[in-house]
Design a protein around this ligand. Structure first.
Ligand code: NAD
Length: 354
């Protein structure tokens, strides 16, 4: 396993070092793991003058999988857009053709009370959101500013999807549904957008290849509502880049804390970038307060999706469950009055439990 470690910015180094301890533990058990280390985001800008420098590109292309912490921070907010940490993230996704973003939203029973929804609505929640990551309005050209006929400045962006882009993400959706409860909901805005009409046609056509999967379609505004009204109706959701960006953040809040949720971004050959869904949390960076669980669970996804080691993924996930069962809580998942532990003590407990 050739794994590139990119700690990134803010709390990134703190949480990634706890996940790296899990890999070191696997190494002592005889697993062949090679770790390389690099920079992405603000940390890369500081060292190399670019958020996704050539040195990192080389390492990323050579790796089988990448573990990323998170990028960004106020220190970099005034840089020109091309040099901002987030551009590093967009750059690596594009460079490695990581078009499929898998985001599970799961609620551990022990944390049911920390969700902002009633426990009976969310207890046992287990959704997988699949978001297309390299197309749509975030990358569409032309974009920019222009002066309109009335002499006013206007901003504009372009939403588009080619059939092949829709097909490859839809396939990930159907394949994932086949491994789960065989229900796939495709989310679009086909009542308004031409891009979405094509999206719906292509997804519907592909369903003939997956007769066992129950396919449904939902408009994005309804999906946003259904996610808070009755989220357990969903098994797998597949959607485009901008809708997925918003819905997956919404779904993350059902699960209690942003500090609990991992993600995977995969190419067509299961090479992947694995990272927690949260940002660099500048408000708690360097204070040993961050929850490392989302990062450790990202490692579980890496074992499952890139390396096909379901056994190791299961071990990591059941280690997390037992730590939660034992009542160990970082600040973000603690209820009022519960004792709070720091990042490194949580890391100790996770390594021991795994
Ligand atoms: P954030 O996710 O960093 O933080 C939101 C809130 O959640 C904060 O109160 C933070 O303390 C808390 N939080 C986040 N992760 C936590 C953890 N592991 N444990 C405990 N608490 C945690 O979002 P933000 O404040 O909007 O953004 C901060 C920076 O992160 C910005 O520069 C933003 O651009 C960047 N960002 C990066 C990514 C990424 O790297 N993928 C994603 C989102 C935001």
């Amino acid at each position: 396993m050739n794994i590139l470690i990119l700690p990134g910015d803010g709390i990134g180094p703190e949480i990634v070092s706890q996940a790296t301890r899990v890999l070191e533990k696997f190494k002592t058990e005889g697993l062949s793991i090679q770790l390389t280390h690099g920079h992405l985001g603000g940390a890369a800008y500081d060292v190399h003058g670019h958020p996704y420098p050539e040195a990192t590109q080389k390492l990323a292309r050579a790796a089988d999988a990448i573990l990323l912490g998170c990028v960004g921070g106020p220190k970099y907010d005034t840089l020109p857009r091309a040099m901002r940490p987030e551009q590093g993230l967009l750059g690596i996704r594009k460079d490695l053709s990581l078009f499929a973003n898998l985001r599970p939203a799961m609620l551990y029973p022990e944390l049911a009370a920390s969700s902002s929804l009633k426990p009976e609505i969310v207890a046992g929640l287990d959704i997988m959101i699949i978001r297309e990551l390299t197309g749509d309005i975030y990358f569409g050209q032309p974009r920019g500013r222009r002066t309109n006929a009335a002499g006013e400045t206007e901003g504009f962006d372009t939403m588009h999807y080619a059939t092949s882009e829709i097909e490859r993400i839809a396939r990930v959706g159907f394949e994932t549904a086949m491994k789960r409860n065989k229900r796939l909901c495709s989310v679009d805005k086909a009542n308004v957008l031409d891009t979405s009409i094509l999206w719906r046609e292509v997804v519907t056509a592909m369903s003939a290849q997956y007769p066992e999967v129950a396919l449904s379609h939902m408009y994005v505004d309804n999906a946003a509502m259904q996610l808070v009204r009755a989220p357990k109706q969903f098994d797998v959701i597949v959607t485009g880049n901008i809708f997925g960006d918003i819905l997956s953040d919404e779904a993350s809040m059902l699960a209690g804390s942003i500090g609990m949720l991992p993600s995977a971004s995969l190419d067509a050959n299961q090479k992947g970038l694995y990272e927690p869904i949260h940002g660099s949390a500048p408000d708690i960076a360097g204070q040993n307060k961050a929850n490392p669980i989302a990062t450790v669970l990202s490692l579980a996804m890496m074992m499952r999706y890139t390396f096909g080691r379901t056994d190791l993924a299961d071990r990591i996930e059941s280690g997390v469950r037992s730590v939660l069962k034992a009542g160990l809580r970082t600040g973000d998942i603690a209820m009022a009055g519960e004792p709070i532990i720091g990042t490194s003590v949580m890391g100790d407990a996770l390594v021991a439990a795994i």
